[in-house]
Design a protein around this ligand. Structure first.
Ligand code: NIG
Ligand code: FE
Length: 433
């Protein structure tokens, strides 16, 4: 007798792959079971298959009829800056209408959010974060990574990390320490002193955070500065992530591979060498189509080191090169107020198709199993197979391609997290089920 049996899925996409995730050709081979079923017991998947044999083998305390709709693993979002205060919609209007001042920089917008976030109480940040997690959950996300990095001083970074650690929510939260986001204005003339502060904060932050992330870019930290922070972090048991090659080709991908980072994220200006290095070290490349959409050709120029602004990337070609080289790739929302103000992985999947010209199977793998590997969780989450967590979504549509083709509406009907019903008829439910 199992706890729950989900039956009659029009399509059951398992996103099951060889260990390590979907790479190269395998990205296009999505396992789809028609008239599918999932048996769940004590929060874990016991079996997947067709409805008839599973009904026969697994008498269940509760049977949920998917009634011909699509069933998939919960979406995994491996990159967000979810805890912040304020909104940057005013800044967005000046950018899209071309009224932004010449020389306006991405880090200038970040400083605005830092000012708001420093002022906000932990209680306010927490309430906002929980509301955003509810939004994510009702849009199908069951695990999210959250970075600090809008505090940029000791009390504010610790405040953010404590808020992240305090989030009790059905979504699994993975915490990342990212005081190395940008150099705050008060340290502009003493960068070295700020890097010292980040290094000194690492041991305390380790109580809350599993990963350490840094923005290696002309706008933020140099390779040497990142190396200093990363080596101190690794000694404390952190795993690493790098914001790499976002606004200019600066070797961030190569650095991430050399450091053995779990992932390097953004990668709009990744070099051929960076692609080879990441493929060889199996560093997961996390792509952020929300940023591509939101800023595209309007990404503010960053010229601290007087680099000539590079030509905009051709994203579809770039992503094809990464796939052909055998890189592991995942998608994430990068939810933040400046470059990607969407908490929805559904939207991200739709944008990945349109902006990167990825196929449906590729997108599903990159938003589930490969995204789990971007958080070192691929052996426990990201696909529906025996032994893994029972995190799954029942959609309002019958086929997996429709989630990507239809845009602008939420297609999630039901979310099951660790075997429990947490979203029903599109709404978050609080009673235990
Ligand atoms: O991931 N690259 C830097 N950090 C964020 C932007 C944050 C912001 O604009 O507030 C990013 O895009
Ligand atoms: Fe980011």
């Amino acid at each position: 007798m199992v706890d729950l049996l989900v039956v009659r899925a029009g399509e059951l996409v398992t996103c099951r792959t060889a260990p390590g995730g979907a790479v190269g050709e395998a990205l296009r081979r999505l396992e789809v079971i028609t008239d599918g079923a999932v048996a769940i017991d004590r929060g874990r998947v016991v079996a997947v298959g067709s409805t008839r044999p599973l009904r026969r083998c697994f008498p269940a305390r509760r049977v949920l009829d998917a009634a011909g709709r699509l069933v998939s693993p919960g979406l995994i979002d491996p990159h967000s800056h979810l805890v912040f205060a304020g909104s940057r919609h005013h800044e967005y209007e000046t950018i899209i209408t071309g009224r932004s001042e010449p020389g306006q920089r991405l880090e200038g917008g970040i400083h605005y959010t830092v000012r708001q976030t420093r002022r906000a109480t932990a209680a306010r940040l927490r309430a906002q974060a929980l509301a955003d997690l509810d939004l994510m959950l009702t849009h199908g996300t069951t695990m999210v990574e959250i970075k600090s990095g809008y505090g940029l001083d000791v009390p504010s970074e610790l405040k953010l990390l404590r808020v992240i650690a305090s989030l009790r929510h059905p979504i699994d939260v993975v915490a990342t320490f990212m005081a190395a986001h940008v150099v705050p204005p008060e340290y502009a003339a003493r960068r070295g002193a700020y890097v010292d502060l980040v290094v000194r904060l690492l041991p305390r932050a380790r109580r809350y955070a599993e990963y350490c992330d840094m923005w290696c870019d002309t706008a933020a930290f140099t390779e040497a500065e990142c190396l200093r922070i990363a080596s101190a972090a690794v000694r404390l048991g952190y795993r690493l992530k790098v914001h790499a090659d976002q606004v200019a080709p600066t070797g961030g991908a190569e650095l991430a591979a050399r450091l053995g980072a779990t992932s390097a994220d953004h990668l709009d200006y990744i070099s051929a060498r960076g692609i080879r290095a990441m493929a060889a070290r199996r560093t997961v490349g996390v792509l952020l189509p929300g940023v591509t959409y939101h800023l595209a050709e309007m990404t503010p120029r960053v010229e601290r080191r007087r680099l000539r602004p590079p030509a905009k990337p051709h994203w579809p070609l770039l992503v094809r090169r990464m796939i052909a080289a055998g890189m592991r790739l995942a998608l994430a929302a990068d939810y933040n107020p400046g470059t990607s103000p969407t908490p929805s992985m559904q939207t991200v999947m739709q944008l990945a198709a349109r902006l990167y010209r990825l196929g449906y199977a590729e997108i599903w793998h990159m938003s589930t199993i490969n995204a789990a590997y971007a958080l070192d969780r691929g052996d426990d989450r990201g696909s529906l197979e025996p032994g893994k967590r029972a995190d799954l979504v029942i959609w309002r549509v019958p086929e997996h391609g429709m989630v990507i083709n239809r845009f602008g509406v939420n297609l999630v009907d039901t979310v099951i997290k660790d075997g429990r019903l947490v979203v029903e008829d599109g709404r978050r439910i609080h009673r235990p089920a």
